[in-house]
Design a protein around this ligand. Structure first.
Ligand code: NAI
Length: 249
């Protein structure tokens, strides 16, 4: 059975996904923090040499890739773009050719990627190289929170582009957009999103558990999702619908 590669595997949604997938599949985790003795390979997605070393340890053929690693908007804008967009793109471009016929790429985006604005910039950023993306981020003077929105909006578009590009090889690509999730990253979202996380809980009653997002990612990776590609699945406990309804006059 071909193995699934999961980034961000040491914590939160990624760790929950590794636990879930491991019940039926070989899984290899990649993470900047790999505890000694854990099955996770140490890999900083922002460091090309670190990614190259990790790639050398991965099988030539894999069944799928889950892009889960990410940082919140409390980090500086360039760091947010380096991890969330450029790191994800680096590992995806490196592994896409290894994904077997019928496999899939599932990328964790965010509801933040659905915020309005930056559409033209995102289109240009996806056609730009890493240096130009970082130069634009500096010039645009984005806050970390704005960079988070842009990085996730770019992942939504990138996921759709991959779907079209990889379809001839029968490889699917989807994204998942969670609302707030109870992970170690949540306090950072609370700090960077100006009350949005707390407001979300007043609508939904609680935040998602990591397993609830991991199950969606696992489904999209699986053959059960064989006719689903190029779409974003919002997993937010109904938050988007409630927010839209409350905004109506
Ligand atoms: P987390 O902090 O628990 O896990 C993220 C993992 O990514 C960590 O293990 C971290 O070491 C790893 N990572 C960070 N930078 C890395 C790098 N440069 N190279 C390799 N690994 C790196 O966070 P959580 O909440 O599980 O987040 C997973 C994904 O879900 C992220 O992409 C995040 O943006 C997204 N998300 C999370 C939400 C939440 O409320 N927790 C809401 C919406 C989206």
């Amino acid at each position: 059975m071909t193995c699934i590669v999961v980034t961000g595997a040491s914590s939160g949604i990624g760790a929950a996904l590794v636990r879930l997938l491991s019940e039926h599949h070989p899984v290899v985790g990649l993470d900047r923090h790999a505890a000694p003795g854990s099955p996770v390979i140490g890999c900083d997605l922002t460091d090309p040499a670190s990614v190259a070393a990790a790639l050398a340890r991965l099988p030539d053929r894999i069944g799928g890739l889950a892009n889960v690693a990410g940082v919140a908007g409390t980090a500086p804008a360039t760091r947010v773009m380096e991890v969330n967009l450029l790191g994800t793109r680096r590992i995806t471009e490196a592994l896409a050719g290894r994904i077997a016929d019928g496999g899939a790429i599932v990328t964790v985006a965010s509801l933040a990627g659905h915020h309005p604005g930056f559409d033209d910039d995102v289109r240009r950023l996806l056609a730009a190289d890493d240096d130009d993306v970082l130069a634009w981020t500096r010039t645009a003077g984005l806050s970390g929170a704005q960079a988070y929105d842009v990085s996730k909006k770019a992942l939504l578009r990138y996921g759709r582009q991959l779907s079209a590009r990889l379809a001839p090889r029968r490889v699917r690509s989807c994204t998942v957009s969670p609302g707030p999730v109870e992970t170690p990253l949540l306090p950072e979202f609370e700090a960077s999103m100006a009350g949005a996380v707390e407001r979300a809980a007043t609508w939904t009653g609680r935040h998602a558990r990591p397993e609830e997002i991991a199950r969606v990612v696992a489904f999209l990776l699986s053959p059960d999702a064989s006719w689903i590609s190029g779409v974003d699945v919002v997993a937010d406990g109904g938050l988007t619908a409630r927010r839209a309804d409350d905004a109506r006059p």
